[in-house]
Design a protein around this ligand. Structure first.
Ligand SMILES: [Zn+2]
Length: 338
């Protein structure tokens, strides 16, 4: 047996032992509880440093209309994430899969020296595993990774069949995790690893309340008065996933042949009421960025919280060069009409 084979067995055993423990946590406290336990394990292992308490967040209220707001978080660690972490090259005798994809489990093992472990999540259209995000934007920020290496945009290649399934996996996960928010960022709509299908989930920050998008919802399909064209459904998970998928298919059929469509899907289930909801935001891959913001517009920005990661961006906040209407116009710059 070579050294690498011994390592592989150890990693597989560590993964299995952790999964056995987290499955017991899930049986008692649900999937959200299992993710919180995974975060603690990953913190103890030194892989995740969640120092969100130090995070600067500024809220921008609408001057006349009570309850309307956007927010900006200053998160300089996010700028480091494109540099990547971990090893670039596999050790001798170990193959790098799919160009060293950061979300293929076989690569994660050698890239993170066995430190990053995940939790297998089943019972959905696809199999997934949960990993903790080493650069969190929010508490308990997890990535729900498809077990199979398929592209983030792949559901758009067979929309009638795959988009309702994608939506159902997302809302099913949200349904299993009250108090969490989950999203799918399509290619060119905030996905930072477009090669491998994944969702992101995080726990609602304590005391934050609803996100701007959520508080803009009125009882209708369209969310009125929000700077991004957004559709919304709430109710039984199979029904809302089908409605979201069907809407996207109808939209895709209306687009010109040279369009580069994408989308953000956002799902959550509030702890207070048992209803699960989904937001669908149609996107254009050629408009991933809002003016004045370095990072891409992804699910969190769509919800109404922009992530600033550079000092120059944060200086503009400090100098009061940004207000409610600046953010409204930044978001409307990536809105796609239907
Ligand atoms: Zn992959």
């Amino acid at each position: 047996m070579t050294v690498n084979e011994i390592d592989k067995n150890t990693y597989t055993e560590l993964w299995a032992a952790l999964n056995e423990r987290l499955a017991a946590v899930e049986a008692d406290y649900g999937l959200g509880g299992a993710l919180l336990a995974l975060r603690e394990q990953q913190r103890a292992a030194g892989f995740v440093r969640e120092d969100l308490d130090a995070l600067n967040r500024h809220r921008f209220e609408h001057p006349q209309q009570a309850g309307r707001f956007f927010s900006i978080q200053y998160n300089p660690r996010r700028a480091q994430r494109y540099a990547g972490i971990g090893r670039r090259e596999p050790p001798a005798g170990v193959a790098s899969l799919n160009g060293g994809c950061f979300l293929c489990r076989e690569n994660i093992e050698w890239q993170q020296d066995g430190l990053q472990l995940g939790y297998d999540v089943r019972g959905l259209h696809r199999d997934y595993f949960a990993l903790m995000n080493p650069y969190p934007l929010m508490p308990c920020h997890a990535v729900l990774v498809a077990r199979e290496h398929v592209a983030q945009a792949s559901p758009f290649a067979h929309p009638a069949r795959e988009l309702p399934r994608l939506a159902l996996d997302l809302v099913s996960l949200a349904h299993r995790m009250p108090g969490f928010v989950g999203f799918y960022n399509g290619q060119g709509a905030g996905a930072s690893i477009p090669g491998h299908l994944h969702f992101q989930f995080f726990r609602r920050p304590a005391g934050y309340g609803l996100f701007a998008l959520e508080s803009a919802v009125r009882p209708s399909t369209q969310v009125p008065g929000y700077p991004l064209n957004t559709l919304h459904w709430q109710g039984e998970i199979e029904a809302i996933a089908q409605q979201a998928g069907d809407w996207l298919c109808r939209w895709l059929k209306r687009l010109p042949a040279d369009a580069q469509p994408s989308a953000n899907l956002i799902a959550s289930r509030s702890a207070a009421d048992a209803e699960t909801q989904i937001f669908v935001v149609p996107r254009d891959q050629r408009r991933m960025h809002a003016p004045g913001m370095k990072g891409a517009v992804g699910g969190l920005e769509v919800l109404g919280e922009l992530v600033f990661s550079t000092e120059q961006e944060w200086d503009r906040v400090q100098r009061a060069e940004i207000n409610y209407f600046t953010i409204e116009s930044m978001l409307s710059a990536v809105s796609v009409p239907d």
